[in-house]
Design a protein around this ligand. Structure first.
Ligand SMILES: [Fe+2]
Length: 240
């Protein structure tokens, strides 16, 4: 089984992900061992928290590409950003400071845990109107969406993409998030499972942790779509 990890903070010295190149390489090895064969590096673009991460992440990406070319030539790497939504987020995208995924129309967007429903709704509307295909990062974690499942269905109908974190199914982000994760998968609303890895301990680059649930509840085609095919479509800038 091979996996595509579309959401990862493996690049070192950029945000709250890997701290050193040693940690970055060790995370890459852990991912490879797990069966991950494609990764999109998505450092935070949250200027209020981490400053402008464009240049630091570009440098770190070059270092990781060199390592992978030598050690694991069958591993594919892509780069983007995870836009921490804020009032000038759209400007940052349009100006090219915040990267879309692999240079295409898809944008990975996240919000603070405490976000209100209307903030997600208006942000998604704004980005979609501007022509972006929006991927809502770790959708299972937003408490405000627990009671607005209808909006998620509508968002998906209008072309929105739902990303969920592999480890949430096992309760890493609480029981509410685990329940929401399972509901999103069982109702066929989730599109992409990723690791959102930050380190080697508490937030590991592992996709296989969600396989027991998937194998029990989904057919092989769905599992492949969630863990590989849909992410491939995103980096090719194709419709899911
Ligand atoms: Fe993330």
């Amino acid at each position: 089984m091979q996996f595509f990890d579309l959401h990862s903070h493996m690049l070192c010295g950029v945000d709250d992900g890997a701290k050193t190149s040693e940690e970055m390489f060790a995370m890459l090895e852990m991912a490879y061992e797990d069966g991950i064969r494609a990764v999109c590096l998505t450092p935070h673009y949250s200027p209020y928290l981490f400053g402008d991460t464009s240049e630091t992440s570009a440098r770190s990406f070059e270092v990781l590409k060199e390592y992978v070319a030598k050690k694991h030539p069958d591993m594919r790497l892509f780069i983007g950003h995870e836009l921490g939504y804020h009032h000038s987020g759209l400007d940052a995208l349009n100006e090219g400071k915040c990267r879309s995924i692999a240079g295409g129309r898809y944008v990975l967007v996240d919000f603070p845990e405490s976000v209100e429903f209307f903030e997600i709704q208006s942000a998604m509307d704004q980005l979609q109107r501007a022509g972006y295909f929006v991927i809502l990062a770790h959708t299972e974690r937003y408490r405000c969406l627990f009671n607005h499942f209808g909006w998620i269905e509508q968002f998906v109908e209008e072309g929105g993409v739902i990303q969920i974190n592999a480890s949430s199914v096992n309760g890493d982000w609480g029981r509410g998030a685990a329940k929401q994760w399972k509901k999103l998968v069982k109702k066929g609303l989730a599109h992409i499972i990723s690791t959102d890895a930050h380190n080697l301990t508490s937030r590991k680059p592992l996709m296989s942790v969600c396989m027991p649930f998937l194998q029990k509840h989904c057919d092989a085609r769905t599992i492949r779509a969630l863990t590989w095919d849909n992410a491939c479509r995103v980096v090719r800038d194709e419709m899911i």
